[in-house]
Each structure stands twice: as C-alpha cells, then as structure tokens.
Design a protein around this ligand. Structure first.
Ligand code: PSU
Ligand code: MN
Length: 316
C-alpha cells in the first residue's frame, strides 16, 4: 500500500497522488506522538491533527521509519505502531536514521528528520508543536538540537509555536538568525515560547494574511534556496500558560534530571513528562491545543502557497 519514490523513501497512495497533482500537503512529525504526549492521548491527537489538516484542504503526511524504509504519509491504521509500542520506538534524529533502517526498527521522526524527509519527498510545509533548540546550561552540555541544523539546510516552511519552553530561548533565537532561518510571526510581532505566547523576543517579520506570507516564503526559497522559514503561531489564548510558573516547573524538572543523570536525547521527554504531572495536565492540554492549531494553520498555508506558486508559474 506504500509506493517507493526512492530506494528508502516510500509514500502512501494518497501522498503519491497529491505530489503528482501538485496538491497541498502538510508533513507531520511522529516523535511528538511517541515521546512528546502521554500514550493514552497520542492516537486521538494524531487523528484530530489529520482531521484538522483535511478540513483545511490539505493532505496530512505523518513521517516515520519502519521495516528499513522511511514512510511519508503513514496510514492512520498504522499509527498505533509508533505510539503503543512507544518503548521500542526510537526517537530518530539525523544521526540515528541509518542504524534504525538497518535494524529494521521503528523510528519516530523529530523536527530535524521530518524536515529532511519532507524536503526529499518534495513537500513544502511542515507542522509541529515546538522545535528543539539550544538547551539551558549549553556551556556545560553543548546540547543544541539538530532541528536547528536541518532548518538551516532544508527548503521548507515549518509552522510551530516557537521553541520548546525548556530551552534557552534567547540563545535559540540567536542561533536561528546565525543559520539564516527566517522567523515569521503569524499575526504577532512577539516570538512565542510554546506554552507561552510572548517571550520578550521578536520575530523577523509579521504577516497577517496568507497571500503575503506565501509570497515571502516563495521568495525566501527562490533567493536563499537552502534554509527554512519558521512560521511561529502563538498557542491559543485559552490554553496559554504563565511564563514564570512554567519556568519554575522546568527548573524543578531539570534539577531532578540532573540528580538522575538524565541527559542527551532523553532530556526532552523526561522534562515534558515531569511538567505534565507537575501542572496536573495543563501543559498537555496546552500542547494539544497548539498542535491542532498549528496543523490547521499549516494546511491553510499549504493551500495558499500552492495558489501563489501556480499564479507565478512555479512548480513547488
Ligand atoms: N517539543 C515537544 N515535544 C516533543 C518535541 C519537541 O513539546 O516531543 C520533540 C520534537 O520531535 C523535536 C525534538 O524535534 O523533541 C527535539 O529533540 P532534541 O532536543 O533531542 O533534538
Ligand atoms: Mn539534544
């Protein structure tokens, strides 16, 4: 039921058709399902994201690794493989891809690998919750997410609610600038920080309508060619959390992580799980709200972007 478009790359029939017809597609990451949300809610959230993308007129394409292949457009009935066996699912950054393919394991894509494979498949728009970035205490750990590196290398538009709040936000913002990633605010001048609508940092430009946003993205791709555009969309007001309180929770979580010796790629899932419990579910509710909102925005953007490309005679 999947079709090969490369030796290792396979797409669903629906994505294959959409690519051929030049229909709008939104690529989605699977790590948020396997490692970012409680297992009990992840499948339902995935299904709601799929619905949100479809309702806005685009084709959803969750990306993941299985049986030695990279799948773009996982069939909804196969999604539980990335969720309910979550202990066996490897959170797949760029450096993990080859080994997971070779061992024919199940790999969930982070933003880094989602961006990489979306670009390889020819998909222009990606939706996620929050991107990885420069971690706090980076001077000791040197922990900088490969999300930032792949954003610098791939020509895609990534809709998100800013970097994960557990990061060093000013350093992450600087790093995006260094790497030539354009940061466009969707109806905001403020750079959002996941559960928090305003971090006190700024975006590069604000856009209020899809047509001008699509034109700017098209221009960026055309002239810069190699880096991403990050479209930041603040969490819906109804689900925004207070920056000070979130910070306290994160600092607490970091102390526990350091006592337990948790680091590297296990750090993000540990902190997320900790603050989910500490906030009595408020951070999960906020996470779900922003994921759905970003899926809808990305789909509307993909539709508008396609229209603008057609008007200007471009193919992608
Ligand atoms: N933000 C969340 N939940 C997540 C992630 C981000 O709220 O699960 C995941 C994304 O897949 C992101 C990855 O790409 O964490 C970054 O991990 P790292 O910092 O190890 O690169
Ligand atoms: Mn890391």
């Amino acid at each position: 039921m999947y079709k090969a478009i490369g030796r290792r790359l396979q797409v669903s029939r629906e994505v294959d058709h959409a690519l051929r017809q030049g229909m709008p597609i939104v690529a989605l990451e699977t790590t948020v399902l396997s490692h970012g949300l409680p297992t009990s809610t992840a499948l339902e959230v995935a299904e709601r994201m799929i619905k949100a993308v479809r309702q806005a007129g685009a084709v959803p394409a969750f990306i993941g690794l299985i049986d030695g292949k990279v799948i773009v457009g996982i069939e909804p009935s196969h999604l539980p493989l990335w969720i309910h066996r979550s202990r066996e699912v490897v959170k797949c950054g760029v450096r993990d891809v080859a080994v997971v393919l070779q061992s024919r394991g199940i790999g969930a894509t982070t933003v880094a690998t989602t961006v990489l494979f979306a670009a390889q498949a020819g998909i222009a728009v990606v939706a996620t919750g929050g991107i990885g970035g420069v971690h706090r205490q980076v001077e000791h750990s040197w922990d900088i997410s490969s999300d930032l590196v792949e954003l610098a290398r791939n020509r895609v538009a990534v809709v998100c609610s800013g970097p994960k709040v557990i990061l060093d936000l000013p350093k992450t913002r600087e790093y995006l600038e260094t790497m030539g990633v354009a940061v466009y605010g969707w109806r905001t001048e403020a750079f959002p920080g996941f559960y928090v609508r305003d971090t006190g940092l700024e975006v590069d430009a604000r856009f209020d309508d899809f047509e001008s946003l699509s034109r700017a993205i098209g221009l960026h791709f055309e002239v810069v060619h190699r880096s991403a555009v990050l479209v930041v969309n603040p969490v819906p007001r109804s689900h925004a959390l207070d920056a000070r309180i979130v910070n306290q929770w994160v600092e607490e979580a970091e102390r526990h992580a350091s006592l337990k010796g948790i680091q590297g790629k296990d750090l993000t899932p540990f902190i997320l799980e900790y603050i989910h419990r500490r906030s009595e579910g408020k951070t999960v509710a906020s996470n779900i709200a922003l994921l759905l909102d970003n899926a809808t925005l990305a789909a509307r953007l993909a539709v508008a972007y396609r229209k603008v490309q057609l008007m200007s005679g471009g193919s992608r």
